[in-house]
Design a protein around this ligand. Structure first.
Ligand code: URA
Length: 236
């Protein structure tokens, strides 16, 4: 693999940053400055240092993002800002994409990855990966409506949702919904079926991942090794 590609796929630097760093002697391969950024390296064996730090090769990237409102869940969009616009440039060359969708005005936990196989597994309807959402609605919900929600509802297009859980707060206007499927605008449409309206929606968990309290809106971080293990196990 070319050295600049290695630095790019490990999200260390863009290819042009890599070329500049090589010229500035800030890159070492097995302790020796490389001739240029096109030099071939063996990612499994060679020790690459960038700015004094050893770069570890990884096949895939897993990023946890706290999505703010106003961003679409896409890799690129002619008109709207996408969730990928929230990451620094060195991440743009990795081929990351959102694993599942949140509406433009939905907030919270979003996984970004370049691992197509894992995403395919996690999103497979057969796997029933659970997603939890904190919500607020316009009108108070009754116990009878919550029971209908739990049993599964018929949406306006005739689709019958799987049973979903709803835990209501004392104010009857907010709570936590747990889904095991992810149809287009599902929660909004479920509330419409109850003649109600979502006013706030935030994903607080996706499978084994939970939205960290200390991750500000719009901020992101790589999964911890424990989170990554749990996610891979959930996709088994
Ligand atoms: N349900 C919705 O209606 N919107 C989302 O973004 C996620 C679940």
């Amino acid at each position: 693999m070319r050295l600049d590609k290695f630095l790019s796929v490990t999200a260390t630097a863009t290819r042009s940053e890599a070329a500049k760093a090589v010229r500035a002697h800030r890159v070492l391969v097995n302790g020796v400055p490389p001739k240029n950024a096109a030099q071939q390296i063996d990612p499994e064996r060679d020790v690459v240092e960038y700015g004094g730090r050893v770069v570890t090769y990884r096949a895939h990237h897993y990023i946890l993002l706290n999505k703010p409102a106003g961003y679409v869940s896409a890799t690129d969009d002619g008109r709207e800002q996408t969730v990928l616009d929230l990451l620094p440039e060195k991440y743009t060359e990795l081929g990351l994409f959102p694993c599942g969708r949140l509406d433009k005005n939905t907030l919270g936990l979003m996984l970004l990855t370049d691992d197509g196989e894992l995403a395919h597994r996690l999103l497979s309807p057969r796997r029933h990966v659970t997603k939890r959402y904190y919500f607020k609605v316009k009108f108070p919900l009754t116990a009878e409506e919550c029971a209908r929600f739990r049993a599964g509802l018929v949406l306006e297009d005739g689709y019958e949702t799987k049973p979903a859980d709803i835990a209501l707060c004392e104010d009857m206007h907010s709570g936590v919904i747990t889904l095991v499927e992810g149809k287009y605008h599902q929660i909004k449409r479920m509330m419409l079926a109850l003649h109600n309206q979502i006013t706030h929606l935030e994903r607080i968990s996706f499978g084994p991942l939970t939205l960290p309290q200390d991750l500000a809106r719009g901020a992101w971080r790589p999964l911890t090794p424990e989170e990554e293990q749990a996610l891979l196990a959930a996709a088994e």
